[in-house]
Design a protein around this ligand. Structure first.
Ligand code: RUQ
Ligand code: CUA
Length: 664
């Protein structure tokens, strides 16, 4: 195997490019060693060892890669419409993107989090946060589809989300922007921030069996920005930790005004205590409006319900629910090690990494070792909760993942590297440059109780020279490192979709066997299903025309439709009759302003179409399904409004007639 040597660009150039000072680590010159290619190579036809679920940032999607190959396996639309799958275009999926603001077909997806049982990844669901119009989504890992989306009221910028407790009891949502609560008049001067703006944290419960989400309660907190969070584990099971910045409570020019203080906070929340108060009926009911959207696998369709109430606990009235721990300089990542004893806060502007001790925190709380309060919440003395500090680890620490062998891996944005350090003695063990400016990083199971520490993946913010240029915008870059030895070894770069933020990875064995192959046609409960060609029909109700249609290799039934008139709304309900793995059919009709549909075996999906002119409209299957796929087509005739063209539909019966212009 040939050794690939990377030419290292002069430090000064990179520093200029990245708008920062400071140099890259010296070992960058030999970033890729011999044998790297073999480690990332997965032979054609062979499966990868891990699934990697990567957030798509501003694309609103989640993408699924195989590791170690970096092959893109699937893009899952979550807070996005997707013409490839018809998500957000079919009548059945449109309700998934409904919110209290109406249809919002986009969001900014930052974090993915796999469900856990006893602190270990269980392979059932993966959650995602919508950052802009606050939402949490649940993707079912048997279908790789978004099955549920819940909107979060009293919130704006749902960033510290969707992190979960050890048994997926809760998925949390902490507001990035404090705002006046939804039930008060928000028409107030912006500079009344300190008085009128509040931060909320929502605890969304997840049903053990169905995965169904529900906002169990919200904690009303002082106006700060919640950034990231992680649940406790083992001894700290009952607790959740949230990083927060902007404790200056500034409302303008935050880059200066919210970087004044030497320390911001990590908020430690005892959610078990909050549950007790809730059970005692101490929460206040508050009128709000939020959408709760659920996709049903039996009807193959979604419903959206607007909910109108949440239960709110004001933390200042319940002094034992929450405590602030001072944390240096605008903390970002808030990560709990696999034992549940160590809480790592990463201050974006800090030159050290504080590691807090859960045991010491408890002792400090018991001893009331407080230095005051902030917004009515006790502030624990920094030194009393501190286990120790990692000194001079790098510049701009963001996020930490764990290997389960006593080591932590922290990403450094400014010095563009991953740093491995030991949790017990806080000594730096290794560092590897990333290209360039890493944000999040991920170890399979790296935020669970049981990491599977074969790889660490870097998700970088800046690509620069890593790939062939593609105009002003470059593909985003992820980088795979082998961490099975003492030293990190870079083995692969692979591009990602949108901007990757957090990601999760899990052994493929946990998921691949559960993956659904087909939907059973006899279980299809869509109200417009046709379970065979004999059930197909076209029905007019006023100006609504329902076409119950089937698709099977290689024809649509019916494929000749006449009697549609201008002013009609036509609904094509297409059932894919195939009961064979991996035989989707597609559906499109000329002039349709909607995307096509992709219908999987046994499924029914609906395309709404409003003809805009009189004439002949071809329709066809868009997915190459057989040798005669091109023949899988038909016509819809549209007549003028008020005409009396009879409603006719057929397959096979409507044969060509000889006519006067025929040359035969
Ligand atoms: S963020 S780069 Cu939106 Cu999770 Cu840290
Ligand atoms: Cu069905 Cu092509």
């Amino acid at each position: 195997m040939k050794t690939i040597q990377l030419k290292w660009i002069a430090c000064a150039t990179v520093a200029a490019l990245l708008g920062m000072s400071g140099c890259k680590p010296k070992n960058a010159a030999s970033a890729v060693d011999a044998g790297a290619a073999a480690k990332a190579y997965v032979a054609p036809g062979k499966y990868d060892e891990f699934y990697n679920f990567v957030s798509g940032g501003f694309s609103g999607q989640m993408s699924v890669y195989g590791l170690p190959s970096g092959r893109l396996l699937r893009v899952i639309p979550v807070f996005s419409v997707d013409p490839e799958k018809g998500y957000g275009y079919s009548e059945e999926t449109k309700p998934m993107l409904n919110t209290s603001h109406g249809f919002v077909p986009w969001d900014d997806l930052h974090h993915t989090e796999l469900s856990q049982t006893n602190g270990e990844i269980d392979g059932r669901w993966i959650f995602a946060n919508g950052n802009n119009t606050p939402r949490i989504a649940r993707v079912d890992l048997s279908t790789f589809r978004t099955n549920e989306i819940i909107e979060i009221p009293n919130s704006a910028g749902n960033h510290s989300s969707p992190f979960i407790t050890e048994n997926t009891e809760y998925v949390v949502a902490g507001t990035r922007f404090s705002v006046p609560p939804d039930n008060v008049n928000g028409d107030v001067p912006i500079n009344t921030y300190k008085k009128n703006f509040k931060g909320t944290i929502s605890f969304v419960s997840v049903d053990k069996t169905s995965g169904s989400m529900k906002i169990a309660f919200q904690l009303l907190c002082p106006g700060v920005n919640f950034d990231l969070s992680h649940a406790g584990k083992g001894p700290s099971h009952d607790w959740f930790f949230f990083s927060c910045y902007k404790s200056e409570q500034a409302n303008t020019l935050l880059e200066v005004n919210a970087s004044q203080k030497d320390k911001d906070f990590i908020l430690a929340v005892n959610w078990k205590k909050a549950e007790e108060y809730l059970a005692q009926g101490k929460a206040k009911k508050q009128a709000v409006k939020y959408a709760h959207n659920v996709y049903d696998e039996k009807t193959h369709s979604a419903t959206s319900t607007i909910e109108t109430e949440v239960q709110v606990l004001d933390v200042k009235d319940f002094p034992d629910i929450a405590y602030f721990i001072p944390c240096p300089k605008s903390p970002h990542g808030c990560d709990v090690d696999p034992t549940g004893e160590y809480i790592v806060g990463s201050g974006k502007l800090a030159a050290l990494i504080p590691v807090f001790s859960y045991a010491k925190l408890q002792a400090a709380i018991a001893a009331k070792d407080f230095i005051g309060n902030f917004g009515g919440i006790p502030v624990v003395k920094y030194e009393s909760a501190l286990y120790g500090e990692v000194k001079k680890p790098g510049l701009g620490p963001l996020h930490t993942e764990f290997d389960g062998k006593g080591n932590a891996y922290t990403s450094f944005f400014v010095s563009s590297e991953i740093v491995k350090w030991n949790i017990k003695d806080l000594k730096v063990l290794d560092r590897a440059p990333t290209f360039y400016s890493i944000g999040h990083l991920c170890i399979p199971g790296g935020d669970s109780r049981k990491p599977n520490a074969k790889y660490v993946i870097a998700y970088n913010k800046i690509t620069k020279d890593r790939y062939l240029p593609t105009g002003p915008e470059l593909a985003q870059s992820a980088q795979l490192f082998d961490i099975s030895g003492d030293k990190m070894q870079l083995i692969l770069d692979f591009p990602t979709i949108g901007e990757p933020h957090y990601a999760q990875a899990v052994s493929a064995d946990l998921i691949k066997t559960k993956s659904v192959k087909i939907f059973k046609i006899e279980e299809n409960a869509n109200p417009y299903v046709s379970k065979g060609e004999g059930e197909t029909k076209v029905v007019r109700t006023g100006n609504r025309v329902d076409v119950n249609m089937t698709a099977i290799r290689s024809h649509l039934a019916p494929d000749n439709i006449e009697g549609v008139r201008m002013g009609d709304e036509v609904y094509f309900h297409i059932t894919n009759l195939e009961q064979d793995w991996d035989v989707p059919h597609g559906f499109a009709i000329k002039g349709s302003v909607n995307a096509e549909l992709l219908i999987m075996p046994g499924e029914t999906q609906t395309l709404k179409w409003i003809p805009d002119r009189v004439g002949m409209f071809p329709m066809y299957c868009t997915d190459f399904c057989s040798a005669l796929h091109q023949e899988m087509q038909g016509y819809v005739r549209v007549s003028p409004a008020g005409s009396n063209t009879p409603l006719l539909f057929s397959t096979g019966k409507n044969q060509p007639k000889p006519d006067s212009t025929s040359t035969q």
